[in-house]
Design a protein around this ligand. Structure first.
Ligand code: AMP
Length: 568
C-alpha cells in the first residue's frame, strides 16, 4: 500500500475532532488495507512502529532530525532552525522545506507503508560506532523520496509526535467496525465485539496483531487470545475515593492495603526465566537483577504472573527511600551491580493473575490473595505480601491508614473482596485513599531560565493538560516551587534537549515530560489556553512511568475545578 494513502488519512484525522468520524475514517482505511500491511497500518495509525511493550526506541533528538531535513532538502541547518522556530513543529517544517526544496530530484520512487515502517524500525536497530550518522542518512533517504505531506507525517512519527487524536478507544472501535460489525447487529452485540477487542488488547497490547486476528479469525479468535509469558499484560488501576467510610458503607468488609510509593512491577515466571515489567509495560528485568533473584527464591509456582510494588531502601537505615531515588534504577542500563548496592529494593506483592497455564482474572480478589500467599515463600524485608487488613470497622481501617502514612507511604487501597481483576480504572474494584487534594499529572510545554543564582537552570515550567479530542496540550499553570537543587538540575538537563525555540528567557518545550503536581486550588483564567489555572502548583514528582498521552485531561481538571466549588 502506498504511504500517501495513510498520509491523507492522517490529514483528515487531524482536521476533525469528532471521535465517531475518526472511527469511521480508520475503519474505512483498515478494511481497504491488504492483509500483509494491516498490522503495520494499525500500529502506524497510533504513531508507532513497535508495540508499546517493545524495548526498541527510535531515539531521534530534535537536533539530529534538523540535520536530516537539511541533508534531504538542501536547506542549511540554520534555515531549517529558523523555519522550525516559526511553527514549533518539525513535521510542518519538513513539509515546507520539501515544497521549496533546493535540490533537484531526478528519480523518485513512490513511498510505501512497508518502506516507511521497515526503515523506521531499522532506526531502532542501529547501534554502536557511527550509529548517529547512519540514522541520519536513513532518515534523509526516506525524506528524499517523500512528497511534502508524506514527509510531515514521517517526521512526526519518528519524533513520536503524530498527534492526530487517535487514542486506544478509537482504534478499538475502528477494528470492530472494519472486521466484526455486521448489518443489523444490536447495540449489545456491538458492545460485545468491542469487549472482545479490548480483552485482546489487555492481553497482547499490540493493535497490529489484534487487527490481524480480528480480520482473519473474527471475534472468537480475539476471545481465545492467550497470555504469552514474556509479553506483558495491561494492569488494573484504582479509583479515587473520598473517604474510607464511604467505601465501607457501600461494600462492608474490605481489604485495606498500604498504598506503597514505589514502582509497580509485573513479574512473569516461566521455569527459570523471570521477566519484570513496569506499569507502562517496559521491560526492566536487567535493571533489577536483585529482584530477579528474590523471585527465583521466593516464587514456588512454575509459571505465573504476580504483581507488587517495589520500594528502594536506604542501605544504612533500612527505611524506604522516596520514589525519586528508586527511579534512578529504572532506566539505568550500566553499573547495575553498583546501583543494587546503593539502592537495594524490596517488593510488596499484592496480586496474582495467572498460574500454571490459567488466567485468574475472574477469581474474586480474596481468592487471588489466598493463592498468592500459597505460591510464595516470603523473604523478610525483601519479598513479602503487601500489608493487609480485612475489616469493616472504620476505626481499625483509619488506624491502619495512619500507620501507612507514618511509614511514609502514600495512603491505602481499599479492595472489594469479591471483585475480579478488571483492566484499567473501574468502580467496584480498588479504591485509593490519599491525604492530599487529588494531584494532577501534567505535561511541561514551556520553561523559563532563572535569574541570579538560578540563572543556570530552567527554573519555572509551563504545565499543560491534554485535550483528548485533538491530542493537543493546553497550558493551565506555571510551576517553580517544590524542587530541590538536584531536581532543578535534572529538569534543566532533560528539558534542554526538548527546547523548540527560545525568546528572551522563555523556551517552548516539546511535550514529553510528565510531572505530578499538587496545588492549592483551581481557578478560571483567561491567561491560559485551557481557561483554567492552578494556584501555587508544586512538584510532587516526575512521572517517569507516564508518557504525555497519559497526562490528565482538560475534562479532569475541569471536574476538579467544579468539585472544589461544591466543597466550598
Ligand atoms: P495511582 O497511580 O495513584 O492511580 O495508583 C495506582 C498505583 O499504586 C499502582 O499502579 C501501583 O503501582 C501502586 N500501588 C501501591 N500499593 C499498591 C497496592 N497495595 N495495590 C495495588 N497497587 C498499589
Amino acid at each position: 500500500m502506498e504511504y500517501s494513502i495513510l498520509a491523507d488519512v492522517y490529514e483528515k484525522l487531524e482536521s476533525i475532532s469528532s471521535k465517531l468520524e475518526k472511527t469511521h475514517i480508520l475503519a474505512d482505511l483498515f478494511s481497504k488495507t491488504p492483509s500483509e500491511d494491516l498490522p503495520k497500518v494499525a500500529l502506524l495509525a497510533v504513531g508507532r512502529v513497535f508495540p508499546v511493550y517493545s524495548e526498541y526506541e527510535l531515539g531521534i533528538a530534535t537536533q539530529m532530525m534538523m540535520k536530516a531535513i537539511s541533508k534531504a532538502t538542501g536547506f542549511s541547518l540554520n534555515d531549517v532552525e529558523k523555519k522550525f522556530k516559526k511553527t514549533g513543529d518539525l513535521g510542518l517544517t519538513t513539509e515546507d522545506c520539501i515544497k521549496s526544496r533546493k535540490q533537484v530530484i531526478l528519480f523518485k520512487k513512490k513511498l510505501t507503508v512497508n518502506t516507511v515502517f521497515e526503515n523506521l524500525q531499522k532506526l531502532a536497530y542501529i547501534t554502536g560506532v557511527g550509529s548517529q550518522d547512519r540514522k541520519l542518512n536513513l532518515i534523509a533517504e526516506l525524506l528524499v523520496s517523500a512528497k511534502p505531506k508524506e514527509a510531515r507525517y514521517v517526521v512526526r512519527t519518528i519524533l513520536q509526535e503524530l498527534r492526530v487524536g487517535v487514542a486506544e478507544g478509537i482504534i478499538r472501535d475502528a477494528i470492530v467496525e472494519a472486521f466484526l460489525y455486521k448489518e443489523g447487529m444490536s447495540k449489545e452485540e456491538k458492545n460485545e465485539m468491542a469487549a472482545a477487542v479490548e480483552y485482546a488488547w489487555n492481553i497482547l497490547s499490540d493493535f497490529g496483531e489484534i487487527a490481524k486476528i480480528a480480520k482473519e479469525r473474527g471475534v472468537e479468535g480475539l476471545r481465545k487470545v492467550q497470555i504469552q509469558l514474556g509479553k506483558p499484560i495491561q494492569v488494573m488501576l484504582g479509583e479515587k475515593a473520598e473517604s474510607i467510610e464511604e467505601i465501607i458503607k457501600e461494600f462492608g468488609k474490605v481489604a485495606v492495603e498500604y498504598k506503597y510509593d514505589g514502582m509497580r512491577a509485573q513479574i512473569q515466571k516461566k521455569g527459570d526465566k523471570i521477566w519484570i515489567y513496569t506499569r507502562r509495560l517496559e521491560d526492566v528485568t536487567k535493571q533489577f537483577a536483585d529482584l530477579v533473584e528474590f523471585c527465583k527464591k521466593g516464587i514456588k509456582a512454575k509459571e505465573c504472573i504476580v504483581e507488587g510494588e517495589v520500594l528502594g531502601i536506604n542501605p544504612e537505615t533500612g527505611f524506604p527511600l522516596p520514589f525519586q531515588m528508586l527511579s534512578q534504577r529504572i532506566h539505568r542500563k550500566y553499573d547495575i551491580q553498583k546501583m543494587i548496592k546503593e539502592i537495594p529494593v524490596q517488593i510488596h506483592l499484592f496480586d496474582v493473575l495467572y498460574l500454571e497455564g490459567k488466567p485468574l482474572f475472574d477469581k474474586p480478589f480474596k481468592e487471588r490473595r489466598r493463592i498468592l500467599e500459597s505460591i510464595i515463600k516470603p523473604i523478610p524485608k525483601k519479598f513479602e505480601p503487601a500489608k493487609q487488613l480485612i475489616t469493616d470497622d472504620l476505626k481499625e481501617a483509619e488506624t491502619f491508614y495512619q500507620e501507612a502514612l507514618n511509614a511514609k507511604q502514600e495512603g491505602v487501597f481499599l479492595k472489594v473482596l469479591d471483585s475480579s481483576y478488571v483492566f484499567g480504572r473501574h468502580v467496584g474494584g480498588w479504591y485509593k485513599i490519599k491525604p492530599i487534594m487529588e494531584t494532577l499529572d501534567l505535561v511541561i510545554v514551556g520553561a523559563t531560565w532563572g535569574v541570579g543564582s538560578r540563572a543556570k537552570w530552567l527554573s519555572s515550567y509551563v504545565l499543560a493538560c491534554r485535550d483528548s479530542n485533538t491530542g493537543k496540550f493546553l497550558p493551565c499553570g506555571m510551576m517553580g516551587t517544590g524542587l530541590t537543587e538536584e531536581q532543578f538540575q535534572l529538569m534543566t538537563d532533560t528539558l534542554k534537549e526538548l527546547i523548540i525555540d527560545e525568546k528572551g528567557r522563555e523556551a517552548r518545550i516539546r511535550p514529553k515530560i510528565v510531572v505530578e503536581v499538587a496545588y492549592q486550588e483551581i481557578q478560571k483564567s483567561p491567561n491560559y489556553e485551557s481557561g483554567l489555572a492552578l494556584r501555587f502548583p508544586r512538584l510532587i514528582r516526575i512521572r517517569e512511568d507516564k508518557g504525555p498521552e497519559e497526562a490528565d485531561t482538560i475534562e479532569r481538571v475541569y471536574e476538579l475545578f467544579k468539585s472544589q466549588g461544591r466543597a466550598g
